[in-house]
Design a protein around this ligand. Structure first.
Ligand code: K7E
Ligand code: CUA
Length: 654
């Protein structure tokens, strides 16, 4: 019976194809040339790098487009046993916070650095939602090189969005929280409206080196800040934040935060804020946060706890903040490539409002207000509105742009991507997603120069798309060709973790700038070795420092005796190789950490506390040569207080 049905269905599809109409439904929707459009032949490279947030895995993944091939999992707010990130002594400080070591977070959004509103792809920024932080990844090493904690924040979701020259990365708090000293923070939750603040942070980024610093914080009303986009080109100098819960509820938000017809997009004039700071109008307030930096020359991170930030109060400092009414709990707020249009996506709205920056300025000039919040003006909706997209779909979340005058909005509830014209607001095309799309992405989509060739939908639900893997299924991305009038589904590929936002940029921007190895002569790690002759073991009380080298295919020293139970043993391993693609690994039995994976020219340290007497093997974990399996050694551990002398073999004639 079943077979018969399938045969019938097959015949129907074949007929539909023969008749030239597009088949509908989850299993089909593919036309014949899709495979060739995503095929990247062996040895060939993808056209785009796609950096995808991992959501609850705290990582980013690096994927090629159009193939969907995964190149790398990048630990950011996570430990990563694969390369010892968060386990080696050098990397632990990267995950330090004012709460101590926090080895996990929830990373939702990626921002690729820009100059003049175009990708320069020097850095990728990512946000930590749970314990608010922003990370910066260097795209010549694909390594997290800086993490700054955001104080006065709870749920750093509206982050990390950047201005057109990467002057600032912003961090808007999802949860408003009471701020200030201990007395001011220990308040009844029902005093939410009086005592809670919605802090927005502007983090400056050094033009040359990318180093971040909290430039200032704005004390906004206690709304929930969801997402944001900077103005660009004509709207450069402004930032737009979507808000929900302008009802200022603190319980049962599902109902209580959906009372009002409209919430707000909060427009922030950050150039104005800069003027106030120049005039000395900001005030320093106490705030405890960690600032962690990686140093490529010492191959180690340092963590500094800072204790104050500059705060601006927009209730007193006029003209920084204006509110644009936006229907029904907006999620995404996105600015088009010209910087003129601001798209609000009300999760519960039946239309998509598109606002005009020019009209916004005019409304401000004419004081065309319909109210105020704490003295900050609310602009009249009709005065700022460019127009509404009618009947676009259900549950609009996010919008990207193709640079050809079109916008593409994701619809979570109706599981589709809808293409519409920014000027005319006409819906031009719609395609289903499988299933329940969250973010979507066009390479360069948030910049002034999109590459409108592909669109990727990052979906929340996978159901039947892949071979099942128990209760937890892979999340999913889908690649569409958007070069023509109609969108065409090309490819499904599974993602790592839960993808939220992602960005993509032409591979040519960075592929020839990759660091291949670290020059040994520039290795300033205090325990680095410059050659195998320096290999040695030094005891300092109950601490034992093993200065070790790796080179194909040996460790020096490879036999060590005179270690005692209760010692703290530090293996400082320098990889002497000076060539691309020759890492060595180091692992020792019973270590309560992970392995080390040491890049050529780098020094890493593994801490080991032997808990019993015996002889323990260690070995290289990365298949580095034909004699990789010979790359091993032994360390002898004697009882506490034993007088077995310290002894080690380096293979160097004495
Ligand atoms: Cu829409 Cu956290 Cu950007 Cu996910 S958020 S989808
Ligand atoms: Cu070194 Cu395997």
């Amino acid at each position: 019976m079943k077979t018969k049905l399938w045969l019938l269905a097959g015949a129907a599809v074949a007929m539909a194809l023969a008749n030239g109409c597009k088949p509908k439904g989850a299993q089909s929707a593919l036309s014949g040339d899709a495979a060739s459009k995503v095929y990247v032949a062996p040895g060939q490279h993808d056209e785009f790098y796609n950096i995808i947030s991992g959501g609850f895995n705290g990582q980013m993944s690096v994927v090629g487009l159009p193939s969907g091939r995964v190149f790398k999992i990048l630990p950011v707010f996570s430990v990563h046993p694969e390369n010892g990130w968060g386990f080696s002594e050098e990397t632990k400080p990267m995950l330090n916070t004012s709460h101590g070591f926090v080895p996990w977070d929830d990373l939702h959004h990626i921002a690729i650095s820009t100059t003049n509103a175009e990708h320069d792809a020097r850095w990728a920024f990512g946000n930590a939602n749970n314990t608010p932080r922003i990370a910066r990844v260097d795209l010549t090493t694909f390594k997290t090189v800086e993490i700054i904690e955001i104080p006065n924040s709870g749920g750093n979701h509206s982050s990390p969005f950047i201005t057109e020259n990467t002057e600032y990365v912003v961090a808007g708090t999802r949860f408003s929280v009471p701020t200030g000293d201990d007395n001011q923070r220990d308040v009844p939750i029902e005093t939410y409206k009086e005592n809670f603040r919605g802090t927005i942070s502007f983090i400056s980024v050094d033009k040359e080196h990318g180093d971040m610093d909290i430039a200032f914080q704005l004390e906004a009303p206690p709304f929930n800040f969801d997402l944001a986009r900077a103005g660009k080109k004509k709207s450069h100098g402004w930032f737009f934040f979507s808000t929900y819960n302008t009802e200022m509820a603190h319980t049962l938000l599902e109902v209580n935060a959906s009372q009002k017809d409209k919430d707000f997009i909060m427009a922030v004039n950050w150039k104005k804020a800069e003027e106030y700071i120049k005039q000395g109008k900001g005030k320093k307030v106490k705030a405890k946060y960690a600032h962690n930096k990686w140093n490529e020359e010492t191959h180690m991170a340092t963590s500094v706890i800072k204790d104050e930030v500059l705060s601006l109060d927009p209730r007193e400092l006029k003209d920084i903040i204006y509110f644009i009414p936006c229907p029904k709990s907006p999620h995404g707020t996105d600015t088009d490539p010209s910087g003129e249009y601001i798209v609000g996506s009300g999760k519960l709205a039946a239309i998509i409002p598109v606002f005009s920056f020019t009209k916004m300025l005019k409304a401000i000039e004419n004081q065309d207000f319909e109210g105020s919040v704490d003295g900050m003006p609310v602009l009249r909706y009709e005065s700022v509105l460019h127009g509404e997209v009618e009947k676009p779909g259900l549950g609009p979340l996010h919008t990207e742009f193709d640079g050809k005058g079109n916008a593409y909005t994701s619809f979570f509830v109706s599981s589709e991507v809808v293409k519409w014209n920014i000027e005319t607001l006409q819906v031009l095309d719609r395609v289903p997603t499988y299933y329940s799309v969250g973010h979507l992405m066009i390479p360069g989509g948030p910049t002034g120069k999109p590459h409108g060739k592909y669109l990727v939908a990052y979906n929340k639900i996978t159901k039947d798309r892949y071979l099942p893997t128990g209760p937890e299924l892979a999340h999913s991305a889908q690649l569409y060709d958007i070069s023509g009038d109609k969108m065409q589904l090309l490819l499904d590929f599974p993602t790592i973790g839960e993808p939220h936002y992602a960005e993509a940029f032409p591979a040519t921007l960075i592929k020839d700038k990759q660091v291949k190895f670290y020059p040994l002569e520039k290795n300033n790690h205090p325990r680095a070795l410059k050659g195998i002759n320096d290999a040695r073991v030094v005891r300092e009380g109950n601490k034992v420092h093993v200065y070790m080298t790796t080179i194909r295919s040996n460790f020096r020293p490879d036999n060590i005796e005179g270690i005692r139970v209760g010692d703290e043993v530090y293996f400082h391993v320098t990889n002497l190789e000076q060539d691309w693609d020759v890492p060595h690994g180091f692992a020792v039995k019973g270590a309560n950490t992970a392995e080390l994976l040491i890049m050529p020219g780098e020094t890493s340290t593994l801490k080991w506390i032997p808990d019993r007497v015996g002889v323990f093997p260690f070995y290289c974990t990365d298949f580095c040569s034909a004699l990789h399996q010979e790359m091993q050694g032994y360390i002898r551990v004697s009882p506490a207080g034993s007088n077995v002398p310290l002894k080690y073999s380096t293979g160097v004639a004495e």
